[in-house]
Design a protein around this ligand. Structure first.
Ligand SMILES: [Fe+2]
Length: 278
């Protein structure tokens, strides 16, 4: 249940907040496990090395779902170890491949699954779009009312908001992925429309870069730290773009600067002819 005590506050001197998003890490139960031929521990470690080199001074790291490929607790334990290389707090939300009970067991005693973070002039919300047993996403009444009450609280405090979830709330032009869109996205945007302090929506799931503006919001979908999916493909299709991450700069006036970066200097194996992925 949402209470004021569930809010995590990050010490910050004020000014621009530096955020990293790592998403869809798809770690298998055992280190060295693969997804479409790619060693997902190896690709994540390469992305972390790149991000640490390119983005020193990160304030907050967000991991936006499909953190494990099959919900195995050892995968989450390894993820905690890998992310400990960053000298900042990290927060996770679940994707369709995740198992909440395993995430909770692996992160017990930490605040890693908190749903609201406040840092400088910003509120960051972490929503759960997972539907048990389904690939596609839905927020549902509880998440939408949490969103609304949290945005009200941020507005009262003069904060800007960044809203994170796993699934995409807008169609992206890949038919097979657009069947998995957040089914109550209209209700989601109706809530957001009522709050001018809501500035951005950030998600994973689509394993490709999306950058758009809609209703005054920055909409951001991001590459996976492992295999990518081909933009514009009607059916499942892996892409040969390398693993990557997204960076965001959250400014005191509510502006968001953002971009993605990829690991170009490592050869990753990937089975581009694979016909499917679930
Ligand atoms: Fe994924």
């Amino acid at each position: 249940m949402y209470t004021e005590e569930t809010i995590q506050r990050i010490d910050h001197p004020g000014g621009t907040v530096q955020v990293l998003q790592l998403t869809d890490t798809h770690l298998r139960r055992e280190a060295g496990g693969t997804l479409l031929g790619m060693d997902t521990d190896h690709s994540l470690q390469a992305v972390i090395e790149l991000a640490r080199r390119e983005r020193p001074g990160v304030d907050l790291l967000l991991a936006t779902g499909d953190l494990s490929d099959g919900g195995a607790e050892p995968a989450y334990q390894r993820l905690q170890g890998y992310l400990a290389e960053f000298d900042c707090a990290n927060f996770w939300l679940p994707g369709n491949h995740d198992e909440r009970s395993s995430m909770e067991a692996a992160t017990a005693g930490s605040n890693r699954l908190s749903r609201e973070v406040r840092v400088a002039d910003w509120q960051v919300l972490l929503l759960d779009s997972q539907v048990a047993g389904e690939v596609g996403g839905r927020l549902g009444e509880d998440e939408l009312s949490f969103l609304e009450s949290s945005l009200e609280s941020a507005a009262a405090g003069g904060l800007h908001s960044l809203v994170c979830l796993h699934h995409h709330p807008v169609e992206i032009g890949c038919e097979w992925l657009d069947e998995q869109i957040v089914t109550d996205a209209d209700a989601f945007f109706s809530v957001l429309e009522g709050f001018p302090g809501a500035k951005g929506v950030l998600w994973g799931h689509v394993h490709q870069q999306i950058d758009r503006e809609f209703l005054g919001l920055r909409l951001m979908g991001s590459p996976s730290t492992c295999v990518q999916f081909a933009p514009g493909s009607p059916g499942f299709k892996a892409d040969d773009l390398p693993p990557g991450y997204r960076w965001l700069e959250l400014h005191p006036d509510g502006r968001i600067d953002t971009g993605i970066s990829r690991v170009w200097d490592v050869d990753f194996e990937v089975d581009l002819d694979s016909g499917g992925y679930l």
